[in-house]
Design a binder for this molecule. Structure first.
Ligand SMILES: Cc1ncc(COP(=O)(O)O)c(C=O)c1O
Length: 398
């Protein structure tokens, strides 16, 4: 019988996704008959809009059920570049687009083609759970920089500058952020870009939540904030969050042409193409009516307001302002170091596990995002579930 040591050292060191693990625990409890309010997964609870599903059916009927070009069909690449020109005034060419099996895969592609073992990637914490692990898969080193709640969890140019070493290759930015919902202003992005230019670094900018931005806030794509940035930037985006298409697995990068070509050849050996039918659905999403995005954003806006009020109403809980995305990163420090129903709780992991076990609310521990003392909730769930979940959280901490 092969021993666990047969698993490669790189994979042995890989942390499984904590969000997926909490969601699986929540499902297990539900299957056992418990009432569970699942605020763990970052997945819109809406169905994919009808016209997008219809485009997939039409694609199948038209025979688009075969292999495509590994880096994506030309029509989708064209739709992506036109969208970036219209929304951000950016002049990308289709050969700079690589369509992948979701934004997570797009990130993995980017790291794989850019990083050598020992290279360093600066990742501001709290960070989305997969970043550090995807970097580690390449043999490169994630360098985690803690940001502060007082700074709305934004990396400062001083922090960035002092983290740069001779081995630094990439700065990774996520704006709007999963898990905090905070977003950089164009001016703040500009200051970070100045350091990247001065130290000749690449920037991977994960902009998957760019359309989920709340009233009073303005999104700027990193590539627009200084001239010449597209030459050192890999933009990551996709349809998963904007169009409630998490299961369709379509994401993409916009990158310098030689980086895009490298990702295309990686994909040709690794997964071949992203699902042909999903690619046609993604074209319908991008080119079709956008009212569905506004309608979903209106729902998220109401829920965000509700979540902000509930957090403010529970003594000892706080969070930074959410400018975008659908998460709240709740500071729970005042509620650690005490007992809950006879169980001592000292860290965010224990807190989240007890909240789930005792009150049936699934959240994700801050430690999974590189920041202890917090718990992340996703409000991509119904208002009724949010109300019930917050009643349970209030009762739990009181
Ligand atoms: C910041 C961020 N980037 C990328 C992804 C992955 O998106 P996809 O489902 O398209 O792989 C997620 C999903 O949770 C995310 O939150």
């Amino acid at each position: 019988m092969p021993s666990p040591a047969t698993i490669s050292r790189i994979i042995q060191a890989l942390e499984p996704s904590a969000t997926m693990a909490m969601a699986a625990k929540a499902k297990e409890l539900k299957a056992a008959g418990r009432t569970v309010f699942d605020l763990s997964l970052g997945e819109p609870d809406f169905n994919t809009p009808e016209h997008i599903c219809q485009a997939a059916i039409d694609a199948m009927n038209a025979g688009h059920t075969h292999y495509t070009v590994a880096s994506g069909i030309p029509e989708l690449k064209q739709a992506v570049v036109e969208q970036y020109a219209a929304r951000h005034g950016l002049d990308y060419k289709p050969n700079q687009v690589t369509v992948a099996n979701g934004a997570k895969h797009a990130l993995h592609n980017a790291f794989t083609v850019l990083l050598n073992p020992g290279d360093e990637v600066i990742i501001p914490a709290p960070y989305w759970v997969s970043y550090a692990e995807l970097v580690k898969l390449t043999g490169a080193v994630p360098v985690i920089i803690q940001t502060r709640q007082e700074d709305d969890f934004r990396l400062t140019p001083q922090q960035f500058r002092s983290a740069v070493t001779d081995r630094t290759k990439i700065l990774l930015l996520c704006s709007p952020s999963n898990p905090t919902g905070s977003m950089y202003t164009p001016e703040q992005l500009g200051e970070l870009a100045d350091v990247a230019i001065e130290r000749d670094l690449l920037v991977v900018a994960d902009e998957i939540y760019e359309r989920l931005v709340y009233p009073g806030h303005r999104f700027a794509s990193f590539a627009t904030v200084r001239p010449g940035l597209p030459e050192r930037t890999i933009l990551v985006n996709g349809v998963s969050k904007t169009y409630a298409m998490t299961g369709w697995r379509i994401g993409w990068t916009l990158a310098p042409a030689h980086v895009a070509a490298a990702m295309g050849s990686l994909q040709s050996q690794q997964t071949s193409n992203p699902c042909s039918i999903s690619q046609y659905a993604a074209i319908a999403a991008i080119r079709g009516p956008q009212e569905c995005v506004d309608e979903m954003l209106a729902q998220f806006t109401k829920r965000r307001q509700y979540v902000v009020e509930r957090i403010a109403g529970i003594p000892g809980l706080s969070c930074a302002e959410m400018a975008g995305a659908f998460y709240a990163f709740i500071n729970i420090r005042e509620h650690l170091g005490r007992e809950y129903g006879g169980v001592r709780v000292d860290d965010s992991s224990q807190w989240c596990l007890e909240l789930l076990a005792q009150r049936g609310v699934a959240t994700v521990m801050g430690s999974a995002f590189g920041s202890e003392g917090y718990s992340r909730i996703s409000f991509a769930t119904s208002m009724a579930d949010l109300e019930a979940a917050f009643d349970q959280i209030a009762a739990f901490v009181q």
